[in-house]
Design a protein. Sequence first.
Lengths: 294, 294, 309, 309
Amino acid sequence: MWQGKVRILSNEEVAPDCFRMRLEAPEIAGEARAGQFLHVRVVVGYSPLLRRPFSVHRISEKFKVKDSRLQNVEILYEVAGKGTMILSGRQVGEELDILGPLGNGFDLPGDMETAILIAGGIGVAPLLALAQEIVQSSKLKVQSKKVHVIIGAKMKKLVLCEEEFKELGCQVRVASEDGSLGYSGTAVGLFKELLSTLNFELLTVYACGPEVMLKKIAEITSEKKIPAQLSLEGRMGCGVGACLGCAIKVKNSKGKGKDSPADGGQMEEADFSYKRICKDGPVFGADEVVWNRR
Amino acid sequence: MWQGKVRILSNEEVAPDCFRMRLEAPEIAGEARAGQFLHVRVVVGYSPLLRRPFSVHRISEKFKVKDSRLQNVEILYEVAGKGTMILSGRQVGEELDILGPLGNGFDLPGDMETAILIAGGIGVAPLLALAQEIVQSSKLKVQSKKVHVIIGAKMKKLVLCEEEFKELGCQVRVASEDGSLGYSGTAVGLFKELLSTLNFELLTVYACGPEVMLKKIAEITSEKKIPAQLSLEGRMGCGVGACLGCAIKVKNSKGKGKDSPADGGQMEEADFSYKRICKDGPVFGADEVVWNRR
Amino acid sequence: MEPKVNLSVKVAGIKMRSPVMVASGTFGYGEEYEPLVNLNQLGAIVTKGITVQPRKGNPPPRIVETSSGLLNSIGLENVGLEIFIKEKLPFLQRFNTPIIVNICGEKEEEYVHISERLDKVEAVSGLEVNVSCPNVEKGGMEFGRETGTVRRLVSKVRKVTKLPLIIKLTPNVTDITAIAQAAEDGGGDAVSLINTPLGMAVDIERRKPSLANVTGGLSGPAIKPVALRMVWEVANMVKLPIIGMGGIMTAEDAIEFLLAGATAVAVGTVNFVNPSAALEISRGIEEYLVKNKIRDVNKLRDYGARWKK
Amino acid sequence: MEPKVNLSVKVAGIKMRSPVMVASGTFGYGEEYEPLVNLNQLGAIVTKGITVQPRKGNPPPRIVETSSGLLNSIGLENVGLEIFIKEKLPFLQRFNTPIIVNICGEKEEEYVHISERLDKVEAVSGLEVNVSCPNVEKGGMEFGRETGTVRRLVSKVRKVTKLPLIIKLTPNVTDITAIAQAAEDGGGDAVSLINTPLGMAVDIERRKPSLANVTGGLSGPAIKPVALRMVWEVANMVKLPIIGMGGIMTAEDAIEFLLAGATAVAVGTVNFVNPSAALEISRGIEEYLVKNKIRDVNKLRDYGARWKK
Ligand SMILES: Cc1cc2nc3c(=O)[nH]c(=O)nc-3n(C[C@H](O)[C@H](O)[C@H](O)COP(=O)(O)OP(=O)(O)OC[C@H]3O[C@@H](n4cnc5c(N)ncnc54)[C@H](O)[C@@H]3O)c2cc1C
Ligand SMILES: Cc1cc2nc3c(=O)[nH]c(=O)nc-3n(C[C@H](O)[C@H](O)[C@H](O)COP(=O)(O)OP(=O)(O)OC[C@H]3O[C@@H](n4cnc5c(N)ncnc54)[C@H](O)[C@@H]3O)c2cc1C
Ligand SMILES: Cc1cc2nc3c(=O)[nH]c(=O)nc-3n(C[C@H](O)[C@H](O)[C@H](O)COP(=O)(O)O)c2cc1C
Ligand SMILES: Cc1cc2nc3c(=O)[nH]c(=O)nc-3n(C[C@H](O)[C@H](O)[C@H](O)COP(=O)(O)O)c2cc1C
Ligand code: FES
Ligand code: FES
């Protein structure tokens, strides 16, 4: 974990309102794992007051170069409000105060033979780093052509990183809600289609995207008993586990482990507890998560 | 009085930490008088929350052109804190929210034959507009060579507007505290020297600068019974006379009119009242002002 | 084109074309902003606090900025009751907008005197009884921090006037709902929430307080969360209609107050930053209603009534 | 090089090498920030509020940003007294920095139980008695809003422990000096000022409160003026030493508190923004003292004592 100022090497709009920013950050690049995030202070002043979390999107050259100046980290972000708006205006050459890498990262079972990575919208951000890690790791069995990537987006021009995944040798499928590219429908629809063609043995599903998408994927994988890891979001304070502001409800292993009533009623006290998205996550097992959050 | 967004035409550092900004503002240029000020919102957000006041420094082309796009207004400002720092970073072509012209402006007696304008540091800002107004007015008797300008500054490189005053035909004298240009000493010293060479009949003194300077000038002019007008500063809220935040203590005409004790004790209630710098000023008669403000 | 939604509200019997008023002490006597703002489009104009005698106010510096806030210690500088009636009211009267006079005093008798006097002045639509000014040595906020003093003062004023009485409360109390209840018990028709929390800033170079009067009232966006909370608490405990204020800068801010339970809102500090704020906020509320298919601004406060802790 | 000025202070008998502490609830149990901050350089570490039983805390969302502020409604999530002693204290103990345990309860007996238990735990340098948590249904702030409840609670705790007792007060009261006096009367050794003012934010798109628990405590620069005012008021009325906090982001902010009368300061929300803030602020105070030729940080509070309204 490291905090300090790093130089902005690039900050480009790669799709409408989506930017990719590259940072000169050897301290992070050497340490960061897919699924972890950076906590970024977008301004020096107090507006906004808090840092903003962004997933590690790509760790450049990590495995290729020794020169620390080339050990860069990228984030991919969407303009969602004030903070990301300010970030999108930051200039190349300026310094950015970052804290990271934070969080737990994705878990990569050594015996995994097939991986499905499902991205909804900007949720693609951590999955590219994940594909990178899977493909470049020597410890894993899984081969790049057994890494299936589903990229879901509203429309063609919002489909992100298709080329990048292909370069890594992944099997890439695209879903667009308006049918303007690839499968016409959501990433979940395409996922179901893909599942019907695959062997479930030694398969792991990884997903990041809007909560409704993650919830559906959790239902599917739970039914089919496929292990699934989801990267979640939530309002973040400290990012390091100290403020307890980023709570997410999870089923207690001791408890009966069932979801709370659909009417939004309370679960039994003994059946759930809160975890910290920043420290215990942001990657959670699909089975843990209690979905009827407000 | 007008409020709205105007375009920044230029924003240049004319001396260390001193900037001149030109604004395309026909609504202001047509109306503004020397001694009035603009209330400027330096950012869109709330940091800083309030507007910042700056004197009308030069009204470009006012008397020369009909084309409203050429009717520009300039301010001259020093980086004194957060707001002026932000202002100095604003770019040509951007819009700036301004409110003005505000305040009362300098009074120009029709029978004035000689004028002395004394500027301390950034206090030169309103005095250039004043020289412009005096020289370009057809109603006044005073001739440009009877407009004496004293520019005081800490050192040579902080002497502002010498050329501009000369172009208007004024008699310009410079004082630098370190002796690096012109008279070695303060503007007040040079003023005393100048006074000893002039006829006091139909003379008016105008001054803007640090409070210690204005106080000394008030003492000199009061002793010699020379009318003097001072442009004052103070923390400003609304700028239009509504909030009563910019109070300054003045002698009551009814009261005995004497200054409060030098030990900073209170004046008699009946002897003073508060005026609003923004609306009743920022130009005050030197005789009115009660100087022992904190 | 007719507006598609209703923006008009009624507070303490005063009908307003818009729920957006301008707050006391931030809009002078109206005339200062007239060159910039169409006064006919405001919900109501609340004047600077008026006392029986003219007041000079506190020594400068009287204001200082803080993070997202403004501290002021004006000290109730005002022209006094009679000059107000003779010289300030006639100007305001020319507009088709309710005039609410903010009144203050060092003793109960002064509130009573002013109310009695203004009761006979036709131009006045209502009184905002200021038991919350933090910047005077005597009176003001001192009346507003205990239920007993509030109830007694309001009932005394109630006896001498039929004018709508809006009681303006201070947030510097342990339980705002008890104070609001006291205002109702005393015979008040509405409450204004909130006046400024007492604050302070220090000049570390001079090692002195930034304000000559040491402490001042804090206004602006910094106080909005506290103001909203108090509005919601009072809306859920007391029957009186509420004029919400404290840090409103945008239509979104105003809507937060209306949802939390305010019938109308007042904008203060924002006038200094953007004189047309009240009108822009009014338009912004209208757009919100249209966009969300809510026909009447008065429906907004139903939401807050449903929120439960 | 020897430091040219004295930065060490003593609060309630606890000696600290720097007047800059980290505030309860914003620094976890220390271990979270240890990778980033040299814990040996802090004035003191105040832990997250501890209750007898573990607490889950409130449902999310628990935090939301406001202008220059942060609203939180954590709801005192903590591991509970015994796990704290067994699993969290041993880590903290490794550092050469006073550990102050923030304690809270729903009933007086719980405060008493925790104090009695911690009295015997050597690693603990002092207790911060939290009578000001605004985010729990029972207890917390309810003990801190009346002089009677404060005095009684403090004196009960006083009886069972010799540990220094720092009473952490809520700003949500009419008269903070009366509460601080009650803390002294009950036998407290110092007061912490301030915990968070109660606030609220509304999500106008969903037309619901932004926090699941509706209201929350406001922290950050927005509250600094109110905190400073309370510190100055208490410093001038009550003998107890004060730990000042509320919106401190920079050394300048901290110096304002020290001038106003605080013996030490605590930094909270800024830790989230800049984990090294406490250490940077400590260095900034040192530079200020050197620049202004003030030999001892303890001289700063003499200034506030001279300011008069
Ligand atoms: C672990 C983690 C990793 C993330 N990784 C990425 C990533 O790689 N790329 C990416 O683009 N994003 C990522 N995000 C999300 C990203 O952090 C947010 O989009 C960003 O913080 C938004 O900041 P903002 O200031 O632009 O928006 P804000 O102004 O904070 O608002 C963003 C949205 O949140 C809602 N919101 C904000 N405040 C409130 C409130 N008070 N009440 C109700 N709703 C509110 C608003 O509706 C708004 O649309 C990640 C989040 C987490 C937790
Ligand atoms: C009518 C009028 C006309 C003016 N014309 C000009 C002009 O033409 N050119 C020009 O350069 N300036 C002019 N000024 C001054 C100018 O407005 C200020 O320099 C400017 O507002 C500073 O803003 P800032 O945000 O940069 O500084 P701030 O951050 O506001 O601080 C400026 C200075 O004021 C002091 N200060 C600020 N806040 C406090 C506080 N809380 N306690 C103690 N001290 C404080 C600080 O020491 C600081 O050095 C004028 C002022 C007035 C009233
Ligand atoms: C400069 C100033 C003067 C004020 N004067 C008064 C006053 O005379 N009477 C009163 O009841 N409130 C007065 N107030 C309080 C405001 O009416 C309002 O309650 C408060 O500022 C909160 O709203 P805001 O945050 O929108 O400014 C004053 C506020 C300011 C900033
Ligand atoms: C997320 C969060 C959790 C907090 N938890 C506690 C707590 O458990 N006990 C307590 O006494 N104060 C708690 N506080 C209050 C802080 O200790 C401090 O008094 C307050 O935040 C003001 O300081 P600041 O503005 O520097 O944050 C908490 C504050 C925050 C922001
Ligand atoms: S953001 Fe602070 S604990 Fe997760
Ligand atoms: S700044 Fe508001 S009255 Fe002068």
